[in-house]
Design a protein around this ligand. Structure first.
Ligand SMILES: [Fe+2]
Ligand SMILES: [Fe+2]
Length: 322
């Protein structure tokens, strides 16, 4: 049996293991957080979120803790797990923890900070790091301004009043699905000649099969099945939210022929099209589900009963012990 703190620590560890930047980069970020903190004045220190010493993901946090010692036996988990799901948990009864993928509270307010993950992720697929950083800086500032007016703590108030522990795991599980698909692509590299082959590969994943029955399966946003896929990159699945649309030109120049993403806004799609990149959209909620499932399997194997809701397509990848 695990406590909330233990589950949270495990989640952070899983996110780090799957981080597309690689471990050295994550360690550098954690170390830098301490250096930054130590440089702050006595007045500024109380405002620094010390979770940054051990957790590199600003959008993944414990939002409310009902107890430090109580073991977590039953949890609800959703892609969106907010007010209505918390109320439902109260009605279902005996729910110790609510886990949301899309962040709320302080995890939402600081979502933009995690977008820095994209800089090194893009440099790893061949975009020079100074270009990736410069293009993303503008977009991060824009996302930050967009988050300012949101009443991001109201859901946390519900968790507090119902006394249900509440946790957000956003980039943690987006890292997990990114690495999962990336490894699958690398393992099947030789078979992936056409864009259609990429689609076929995605369709081997149960979450996408279920999503297709629900009419939201993977689709080709740009290109078609008979186009040559070229070099494939999973660039649109983690790092907070959409990066900079100007990046498609850079990706194309870096030799990327096909990108796999969860979802894509029209203005981004047009930009990718302009620069001749094929785009395979795996699906939003289904891809978020793959990432959450990989983490929730670990929770379940440690004795936590998971009740899926809030759009989560729950698929288990382990055999339950009898
Ligand atoms: Fe996500
Ligand atoms: Fe999402």
């Amino acid at each position: 049996m695990m406590t909330l703190q233990q589950l949270y620590a495990l989640a952070v560890q899983l996110g780090i293991q799957a981080d597309p930047r690689g471990l050295a980069s994550v360690k550098r970020q954690l170390k830098q957080a301490r250096i930054d903190y130590n440089k702050l004045s006595a007045q500024e220190k109380p405002y620094f979120d010390q979770e940054y010493f051990t957790n590199p993901y600003s959008d993944s946090r414990i939002l409310y803790s009902s107890s430090d010692t109580k073991p977590i036996k039953r949890a609800i988990a959703g892609i969106d797990c907010s007010e209505s799901e918390l109320l439902l948990a109260d009605r279902l009864g005996k729910v110790d923890l609510a886990i949301t993928h899309h962040p709320e509270g302080i995890a939402l307010a600081d979502l933009h900070s995690v977008m820095d993950v994209q800089v090194e992720m893009l440099s790893r697929v061949g975009v020079p790091i100074h270009i990736a950083e410069s293009l993303l800086a503008q977009r991060i500032a824009e996302v930050n301004r967009g988050l300012q007016p949101i009443n991001d703590h109201k859901t946390v108030d519900v968790a507090r009043l119902l006394n249900i522990s509440y946790m957000a795991t956003h980039t943690i599980t987006d890292n997990m699905v990114t690495t999962f698909i990336d490894e699958l692509v690398k393992k099947n590299q030789k078979k992936l000649y056409y864009v259609g082959d990429v689609m076929d590969l995605l369709m081997t994943i149960p979450e996408y099969q279920i999503a297709k029955k629900l009419k939201s399966g993977p689709s080709i946003f740009i290109g078609h099945g008979k186009r040559r896929a070229g070099r494939i990159a999973v660039t649109e699945m983690t790092g907070g939210t959409n990066g900079a649309k100007e990046m498609f030109e850079r990706l194309s120049n870096a030799g990327i022929g096909t990108v796999i993403g969860m979802h894509m806004r029209e203005e981004y799609r047009k930009e990718a099209e302009k620069h001749h990149i094929n785009v395979v959209i795996a699906g939003h909620v289904s891809s978020d589900s793959v990432g959450m499932n990989l983490m929730l399997d670990q929770f379940e194997q440690r004795g936590v009963e998971i009740i899926p809701l809030g759009g989560l397509i729950r698929v288990k990848r382990f055999k339950a012990k009898r």
